[in-house]
Design a protein around this ligand. Structure first.
Ligand code: ATP
Length: 364
């Protein structure tokens, strides 16, 4: 089953609810057939963006296009969207098959086609054995799949999902993510997927749109969002534990952060000399710091005290304090160190990020 997908475009869309601005001058283009994830903290406007596409809300200003048609005035029923919400309400008195058939019957799809679509969706989702059960006879994960099935049988050009996996446990969620991606490959609709879970965003999205406070922060591939964050917000929001962000002062080839003074590699010193001076923040992911038992060459490492560690089995997270109240998080191999130990931290300079005062990446 492949549907004819179209692109979705937000053009300078602003949406207010009374005094709250849920989306501000929002621009985003989702390519036909693309899996786009909308990611951001609670209340940032993700659901609003989805509801605007579905036609459940009206944009205050700006336009929404499907392909090159403006759909601002198109009623929800004519938009060709299938939606799955967080609280995927299945009709409790209907079986899974009846739940899936319901919308199609309303649209007078012929019965033999309804049956064919349900069979196909059921086999994609492994629902064959469950078609005659009612929602209360299903586990959370099975209900989730039934809700997805109900959306899939619509064979709609637009597939909108709002935190669809939030009710599943971690293991089921991982499986469901993979299922969703492979499902999307088979169906080919344009998919908008809302989540505040960065792992879900990284694994489901071909591209991720990071939103904060109703504004688009960055839209990019998962790889670029992680390795080339355009600002400090994106840098902190993606990655767990989050990136270390430290205000620094640069003077020639010396860098000061907190009470620590370090030798800057010559390439960075030259690079920074060409950037606007003033407030600078250094960003380093916890896996890009190296923890050692002994000092490296002078100026290349600095002493820290281990204040806390979490042993996760395959790796550990170390919480450290350096001179001048400087706090750092490092990811590394577990074992061999104790809380209270003095250790040494070395920076992997190939992997650092620099941001200006307002938090914009200085690029590189
Ligand atoms: P979450 O992850 O918590 O679902 P979200 O990113 O999806 O959040 P939205 O639901 O789009 O955020 O809400 C964006 C902002 O608009 C929030 O401040 C929210 O309180 C507000 N808002 C959303 N719907 C309404 C409404 N119907 N009336 C008033 N304010 C609303």
């Amino acid at each position: 089953m492949t549907v004819i997908a179209e692109s979705i475009q937000f053009e300078a869309v602003t949406k207010n609810y009374g005094r709250v601005t849920a989306l501000r001058e929002f621009n985003l283009e989702v390519a036909a057939g693309e899996r786009m994830v909308l990611l951001g903290p609670s209340g940032c406007g993700k659901t609003t963006a989805l509801r605007l596409v579905a036609g459940l809300e009206e944009a205050g200003r700006g336009k929404i296009y499907f392909g090159d048609r403006s759909v601002n005035d198109l009623p929800p029923g004519e938009r060709g969207v299938a939606m799955v919400f967080q609280n995927y309400a299945l009709y409790p008195h209907m079986t899974v098959a009846e739940n899936m058939a319901f919308g199609l019957k309303m649209r007078r799809v012929p019965p033999d086609q309804i049956k064919a679509r349900i069979d196909r969706a059921a086999s994609m989702l492994g629902l064959e054995e469950l078609l005659l059960r009612r929602p209360r006879e299903l586990s959370g994960g099975q209900r989730q799949r039934a809700a997805l099935g109900r959306a899939i049988v619509k064979e709609a050009p637009f597939f909108l999902l709002d935190e669809p996996l939030s009710n599943l446990d971690a293991q089921l969620r991982a499986r469901a993510r993979a299922e969703l991606v492979s499902l999307h490959r088979q169906i080919g609709s344009t998919m908008l997927y809302v989540t505040h879970d960065q792992v879900e965003a990284m694994t489901v999205g071909q591209r991720i749109a990071v939103i904060a406070g109703g504004e688009l922060q960055q839209v990019d591939t998962p790889e670029r969002i992680y390795h080339r964050p355009m600002n400090a917000f994106v840098a902190r929001f993606i990655g767990n534990p989050p990136m270390n962000l430290m205000p620094v002062k640069v003077a020639g080839n010396r860098l000061r952060m907190g009470g620590v003074s370090l030798q800057l590699p010559a390439v960075w010193a030259a690079w920074l000399a060409e950037r606007p001076q003033g407030e600078i923040t250094l960003g380093i992911r916890p896996e890009d710091l190296v923890l050692r038992a002994e000092a490296g060459p002078a100026g290349c490492s600095f002493p820290v005290r281990l204040t806390w560690q979490e042993d996760l089995g395959a790796e550990a997270v170390f919480y450290l304090q350096a001179a001048g109240e400087l706090e750092l998080v490092v990811r590394g191999r577990p074992g061999g160190v104790n809380t209270g130990d003095t250790l040494w931290v070395e920076i992997n300079w190939e992997r650092v990020h620099f941001f200006d005062g307002p938090g914009r990446s200085l690029g590189r």
